[in-house]
Design a protein around this ligand. Structure first.
Ligand SMILES: C[S@@+](CC[C@H](N)C(=O)[O-])C[C@H]1O[C@@H](n2cnc3c(N)ncnc32)[C@H](O)[C@@H]1O
Length: 285
């Protein structure tokens, strides 16, 4: 492949989705773009680069971005963030938000939906405590294919065996042929929308809790900073951000600080410690 052609494809991915791809990943381009070459009868990656240069962010660019996304996800991925959300964050939100409040949780790169449905299952388990407040869970992703899958809520036996406790499977899923489908109540608890993290996030509104896990790893430093700071603007002062195990805010932005003693959990800089906020709210309420 010609170096200029590689640069055109790499720039299309970098500008369109933030994905950074180095020349050592040529094999990945070849593997993931083979289907597009075949579908459009494009000779090779050099010819694809010519077509992308003329496409100017159009349908072909979209297809290439879509094909290059890595969508691996599973239920309750890494356990700890979900346990932390359940035991620390839900009680804290319930203590600090007034009756009738609507609390919003965002799965910011939701892929096929497992993260958003894991959060919905936790909230369903906390139904009695939530009482007269409501939760809204929003899943967003750049990949239309994954959003369709997430909306469908249909998972293979293999997928439900990865991380989903048996009692949750029985309680929130029903068998559908060889697969498992999330039940109607869980499905209704989550909404999915197409959203590129590089685009303006303001129309999504404010989120009390943001799970943005295992997506920043694909971006370069300036893009990570840009996305983190845009997310910070969508959170109230006591909002919390969860990142993936290989991700951090360190060296990227000072808008977030690590939650004491927790890995991958971040509060907005300058926010009052959670315990103080909770005490003040309880005294006032
Ligand atoms: C590895 S999955 C992570 C899924 C889930 N958050 C988890 O931790 O299991 C990464 C997801 O990020 C999405 N993605 C990549 N670039 C994106 C962007 N610029 N905006 C929104 N989503 C993006 C991909 O489509 C993919 O579904």
């Amino acid at each position: 492949m010609k170096p200029q052609a590689f640069e055109i494809i790499a720039a299309c991915l970098r500008n369109g989705s933030g994905l950074i791809i180095g020349p050592d990943k040529l094999y990945l381009l070849e593997a993931r773009l083979a289907r597009i070459l075949k579908q459009h009868a494009i000779r090779d990656l050099d010819a694809l680069a010519d077509r992308l240069a003329a496409d100017r962010g159009g349908a072909l660019t979209r297809e290439v971005i879509e094909a290059m996304t890595t969508n691996e996800s599973f239920f309750f991925r890494d356990d700890k963030p979900f346990a932390h959300f359940r035991t620390h964050v839900v009680p804290r939100l319930l203590a600090t938000r007034p009756p009738g409040a609507r609390l919003r949780v965002w799965s910011a790169a939701s892929s096929s939906g497992q993260e958003a449905y894991s959060l919905a299952m936790i909230l369903a388990e906390c139904r009695a405590q939530i009482a007269n407040r409501s939760f809204e869970i929003v899943g967003t992703d750049i990949s239309r294919e994954q959003l369709v899958r997430a909306q469908e809520g249909l998972y293979s036996q293999f997928e439900v065996q990865r991380g989903l406790p048996m009692q949750m499977l029985v309680r929130y899923f029903k068998k559908d042929g060889a697969n498992w489908r999330v039940n109607d109540a869980l499905r209704a608890a989550v909404s999915f929308r197409e959203w590129n993290l590089l685009s303006d996030l303001r129309a999504l509104g404010q989120f009390d809790v943001v799970f943005c896990r295992n997506v920043l790893i694909y971006f370069d430093q300036p893009t990570k900073t840009r996305v983190l700071e845009a997310i910070a603007r969508q959170m109230p002062p006591d909002g919390l951000l969860y990142l993936g195990g290989a991700e951090t805010v360190l060296g990227l932005t000072d808008r977030f600080v690590a939650a004491p003693g927790e890995r991958g959990v971040y509060a907005l800089a300058g926010a009052k410690p959670a315990a103080t906020v909770a005490r003040v709210a309880m005294a006032a309420g």
